[in-house]
Design a protein around this ligand. Structure first.
Ligand SMILES: Cc1ncc(COP(=O)(O)O)c(C=O)c1O
Length: 382
């Protein structure tokens, strides 16, 4: 049985072209980039070329790009060290953030270093911009941390609007852009963000490597202390092949973006249409029917109450389909989804997240919908 992979928000398969780019760094170019001899210099130059490429794609300067071990470290660095070094006493975030952000903010609050305010959401899970402004009006030195694309339900944030509010109220603005990096263009000359982040494995690059964009003028101290790597911003020998792979993956993502967006949005719309036809009382978490404000790679489906989410995902797995999700419930070992709970989703309705990539096909979507109809105990629609 050929398995079907619909969990691309968790991670994506490596593009073979990216692998080719990485291989020489694993084979012959093995020097330590901090070494000043020839073996080291070749590798140093590969890292700096990668940094230049990432900066070029994001329309910014290489001096503002810092490579990290992934999205989590980049988020931790931006939030924690902004609070520690910029006199920030107030973090404004949302209950829908990834735990890389939420747990960092909670931890800082527990340590007594900052107060955390959660912005209110509307019924579809969008940030209430009026409430965000209310929170900013307290005039405390604040850091806004709001994600660009939600990894569970796909809602998109209006980065420009939040950036304008941040400027108006002199707040710093960090956005977790892990799910949108490589899927939308981020023009850092236009965006009013102080920090954004990327993780290569979400756009067909390798795992364990990411980056932090830190706007010039908002310099913070390092999160990981050690050697002078990353211009004293992150100690530790660089993940050289990861960095080179990240830059190549982002280059491909940018070159093919329009084509992939069209293909993947088509699959998402097709899946929604087929599900509505095949399964009565099907629903969607978030706002996927408004494609303008919904990440095209993610579809979170709310099923009529039958089995729980874990059983649904288990049954899909048995059928050779990899998807993920969680319900709004929090009983037993299933801690459920904090995102669906924050949205007050009906805990009796199982949910599953299907997420797509450039490699996903229409035939795979059709197979998945047919299998879902059988799992849900309804007649298969041909
Ligand atoms: C929105 C978001 N932020 C942060 C992360 C963490 O990224 P990484 O796995 O590279 O640490 C993820 C990964 O799932 C994510 O979806």
């Amino acid at each position: 049985m050929k398995r079907i992979y619909l969990d691309n928000a968790a991670t994506t398969p490596l593009d073979p072209v990216v692998l080719e780019e990485m291989l020489p760094l694993m084979r012959e170019q093995f020097g330590n980039p901090s070494s000043i001899h020839g073996h080291g210099r070749v590798v140093r130059s590969a890292i700096e070329k990668a940094r230049k490429k990432v900066a070029e794609l994001l329309n910014t300067s290489p001096s503002e790009i810092f490579f990290t071990s992934g999205g989590t470290e980049a988020d931790n660095t931006a939030i924690r060290n902004t609070v520690l070094s910029k006199g920030i006493r107030h973090i404004i975030t949302s209950p829908l953030e990834h735990h890389a952000v939420l747990h960092t903010a909670e931890h800082l609050e527990k340590e007594g270093l900052a107060k955390v305010s959660l912005v209110e959401l509307d019924s579809k899970g969008y940030v209430d911009y009026a409430h965000l402004e209310e929170l900013l009006k307290t005039n405390e030195p604040s850091l806004i941390s709001l994600m660009h694309g939600n990894n569970e339900i796909g809602n998109l944030l209006d980065l420009d609007r939040v950036g304008q509010l941040a400027t108006e109220y002199k707040a710093l603005f960090h956005s977790d852009t892990v799910q949108t990096m490589g899927h939308y263009k981020h023009d850092l000359q236009q965006l009013k963000t102080n920090f954004i982040v990327g993780a290569a494995h979400k756009f067909h690059g390798p795992k364990g490597v990411g980056f932090l964009y830190m706007q010039a003028g908002t310099k913070i101290p390092p999160f990981i202390h050690g050697g002078a790597q990353e211009r004293n911003m992150r100690g530790g020998t660089e993940n050289v092949y990861g960095i080179v792979g990240l830059a190549k993956a982002l280059e491909i993502a940018y070159a093919e973006m329009a084509e992939h967006q069209q293909h993947i949005q088509g699959l998402k719309t097709h899946m929604m249409d087929r599900l509505k036809e095949a399964i009565p009382e099907i629903g969607f978490n978030g706002d996927p029917e408004t494609s303008e404000q919904s990440l095209y790679t993610v579809l979170n489906v709310s099923f009529p109450p039958t089995a729980d989410s874990e059983m649904l995902l288990f049954n899909l797995d048995i059928e050779g389909i990899s998807a993920s999700g969680g319900s709004a419930c929090s009983s037993g070992s299933d801690v459920g989804s904090h995102v669906l709970r924050a949205l007050k989703a009906d805990p009796s309705r199982p949910s599953a997240r299907f997420s797509f990539s450039k490699y996903t096909t229409k035939e795979e979507i059709d197979t998945v919908v047919d299998k879902l109809a059988v799992i849900m105990g309804v007649e298969k629609v041909s």
